[in-house]
Ligand binder design. Sequence first.
Ligand code: DON
Length: 309
Amino acid sequence: MSCKTNEELTKLVEQARPFVKYGKVADYIPALKESNPDDLSVSICYLDGTRFFAGDYVKKFTLQSISKVIALAYVLIENGPNEVFSNVGMEPTGDPFNSIVKLETSNPSKPLNPMINAGALAVTNMFKGEDHYEKWEGFIQFVQSLLGIEEVSWNENVALSEFNTAFLNRSLGFFMKQYEIIHGDIEELLFLYTKQCAIEINCSQLATIGAVFANEGKDPVTQEVKVPSDVARICKTFMVTCGMYNASGEFATKVGIPAKSGVSGGIMGAVPHKCGIGVFGPALDEKGNSIAGLNLVQLMSDRYQWSIF
Ligand code: DON
C-alpha cells in the first residue's frame, strides 16, 4: 500500500503531533534553542517522482548529523572504500553520538563508525582539496547534484554557534590526531564540519535525497546516477545499523528502514525500491532523535508496510 493523498499524511502527522510535548529542542548548540518544538512536517518522494506532503514541508532546517550520510557517500566516491575504512570502522557503538569512550578503549583508536561524531570528523577530514574553499566547494557541489539544484545554502548563525561551543568535538578531533587517524589543523576541520552540519534544506528536499539512496543511487525523476549503487548500498547499511545512534536497534525492530536523524529534528529515510522520506520535528528524545518524528515514521511504516525485515 502506498500513500495516495496529502490528507492521509496530514492525519498521521496529527496523530504523532501530541508526542512533541515529551521532547525538548537541542540546546547544546545555542542557535538550535530558537527552534519551535511544536513543528512537525513530512514529505514522501516515490521513485516515480510522485510526492506527498504534510505540515510546513518548505520550512528550512539544518542537516546536522544527516549530513554524515552524505559526507560518507562523498568520500566513498572520491577517496574509495579502502582509504575510508582505514580511518573509520563499520560497527555500531551502543553509545551516544558524541561519546569519546570507545576511542580510548578500542585498539587501534579509530572511530567505530561514520555516523557518530568521531567517525564523521574522520570522514570530513578526508575531503579532498588544497584549502578550505576547495574542500567545501567539492562537498557542496555534491549536495547540489543530489538535489538537482544550483545552490544550497548553509546557516551561518547555526554553524558559528556550533563552532564556538564544540568543545567535545574538538576533544574528539585532538584525540584522533594524537593517534594519527586524522591529520591537519583541528580548527579548520571543525569549521568545515560545522558548515557541513549547518547546510539548510526542507523536508521535501530531504525526501529527494532519501529517494536517491532508496533508488540505488539514481535520481527518482531522471534516473540519472547520482551515487554509484555500491556506495548507496553501504550508506543504507550504516543507516540501518547506526543511523539512529543507540536507538538503532529499537528503530530497526519497530520501523525497519534505513534512516538517519539529526539534532535539528530531521529524519531522512530511504525505503529501498519504494520511496525517500523527509521528516522534521525539532523536539527530541533523550537520545537526540525527533520524538514525534520517530512516532510518525513508525505510523507510516506500519501503514505502508515499509519494514525491510
Ligand atoms: O556534531 C554535532 O554534535 C552536531 N553538529 C550533529 C549531531 C547530531 O545531529 C546528532 N543527531 N542526532
